[in-house]
Design a protein around this ligand. Structure first.
Ligand code: CTP
Length: 405
């Protein structure tokens, strides 16, 4: 197991499991990591700061300032390749989940751009309390990785689930993580992709649809899953399925069904890519019986569907990345840039219908990527697979710069 060159912050809180912290530090250092220990005041009652400083070979930090020296929490948060809060008491769990910041540990956590691992340790009843579970869910939704507690003897004298994971197991998890992110940087993140057309029913046998085949969206779902994301693909009525079997497919028919599924999955998705060709209008009413032919022309009144991209843009959180598509036939870049702002997206993928080999049904596409910083990157005509991979690489780059992945 190797952590060669990795910079790890170990944040220790007040729990009996803190006595294992020096052993964990030794394991990390033996695996090649550089370790900076932080601890709360309560932690010092369970483990000696002197032991932690000795095994880590560095002074440990307990406060934001030591005398006249300020311990720069922002610099520490940027320095680390990973932060591990182990053991994490119920108290610190609550603070981290709610953004409280009354000690250096919380300040470093809030400043950290690196992946954060949280190893809870507490009595089983505390571990299972609804407020603890809610805090864990919240922290996970923010992109933190929870190290599951283990079963065994607890400090209370009871036996149950609540022990901090053994240091050897945490070391294994960290080294597997670093190995996997070198190829799969989206491990631990949820992604939502919409793809394909929608069908808007007119009567029991007819609908309004479009020529989308969902190929581009499916290639994006595959590329996200290949990079480790947990992908939910909300797919309109097409035959094709994604190649990556790990992608969860939700089949829908209408814009309204796509809207409902996307709003649900969008709550927890770190990344949302809306590539579906959603109908902008649907028949105001669906005829109960087949509309019969007669001598007269007929008119079908259409009403607007809900705009999924705009709706997700409205509720977007700082930890979420939202990507939309634009299909334009005139003033392409200008119109796409307008969509970027009006729908509060982080990137718009501009699709061209005007190029030979691009657009619906083709295996190739020519796209242009527009970002909020004003950058416009036209890409050459390429396979939809290659275009999907370019989109996903850009998403990874965006998240690396702007988000706490
Ligand atoms: N979109 C959506 N929900 C809709 C319509 C569109 O989520 N009801 C999304 C598409 O998936 C795409 C983006 O919005 O990511 C832009 O779609 P597009 O049809 O190009 O733009 P519209 O906003 O519908 O505007 P217009 O058709 O006038 O260009």
């Amino acid at each position: 197991m190797s952590l060669t060159g990795k910079k790890i912050i170990l944040a220790v809180t007040g729990s009996i499991a803190a006595y294992k912290a020096p052993h964990f530090v030794r394991l990390l250092i033996k695996a090649g990591a550089e370790v900076q220990v932080l601890h709360t005041d309560a932690a010092a009652q369970f483990v000696s700061p002197l032991s932690l400083a000795t095994v880590s070979g560095k002074p440990v930090y307990a406060t934001a300032a030591d005398g006249a020296t300020w311990n720069n929490h922002v610099a520490l948060g940027l320095w680390a390749d990973a932060m591990v809060v182990a053991p994490c008491s119920a108290n610190t769990l609550g603070k981290l989940a709610n953004g409280l910041c009354d000690n250096i540990l919380c300040a470093v956590y809030l400043s950290a751009r690196c992946p954060v691992f949280i190893a809870p340790a507490m009595d089983e009843d505390m571990r299972k309390h609804p407020s603890t579970l809610a805090n864990l869910n919240k922290l996970e939704a923010y992109g933190n990785r929870i190290i599951p507690t283990e079963y065994g003897a607890l400090a209370s004298g009871l036996t149950g689930d609540g022990r901090m994971a053994e240091p050897e197991n945490m070391l294994h998890l960290l080294s597997t993580f670093f190995e996997s992110i070198s190829h799969r940087p989206l491990v631990g993140l949820k992604a939502l992709v919409t793809a394909g057309p929608t069908y808007e029913r007119i009567d029991p046998v007819r609908f309004i649809g479009n020529f989308s085949t969902g190929k581009m969206g499916m290639a994006i779902a595959d590329a996200l899953a290949d990079k480790g994301a947990e992908v939910t693909l909300i797919l309109g009525p097409v035959e094709r399925r994604p190649d990556n079997k790990a992608v969860t497919v939700v089949n829908i028919e209408s814009a309204q069904e796509m809207y409902e599924s996307a709003m649900e999955a969008g709550k927890t998705a770190h990344i949302a890519v809306l590539s579906a060709a959603v109908a902008d209008y649907k028949p105001a009413t669906i005829a109960e019986n087949k509309i019969k032919k007669n001598e007269n022309d007929i008119t079908i009144l259409l009403t607007q569907t809900s705009d999924i991209l705009a709706a997700l843009g409205k509720i977007k959180q700082s930890w979420q990345t939202l990507i939309g598509f634009a299909l334009e036939t005139e003033n392409e870049v200008e119109n796409a840039a307008k969509k970027l702002n009006s729908k509060n997206a982080d990137m718009i993928v501009l699709n061209s219908l005007m190029d030979a080999g691009a657009g619906f049904g083709h295996d190739t596409n020519r796209i242009t990527l527009l970002l909020r910083n004003g950058s416009v990157t036209p890409l050459p005509l390429q396979s939809k697979k290659a275009a999907a991979s370019a989109i996903v690489d850009k998403i990874i780059q965006l998240r690396h710069v702007e988000k706490t992945v």
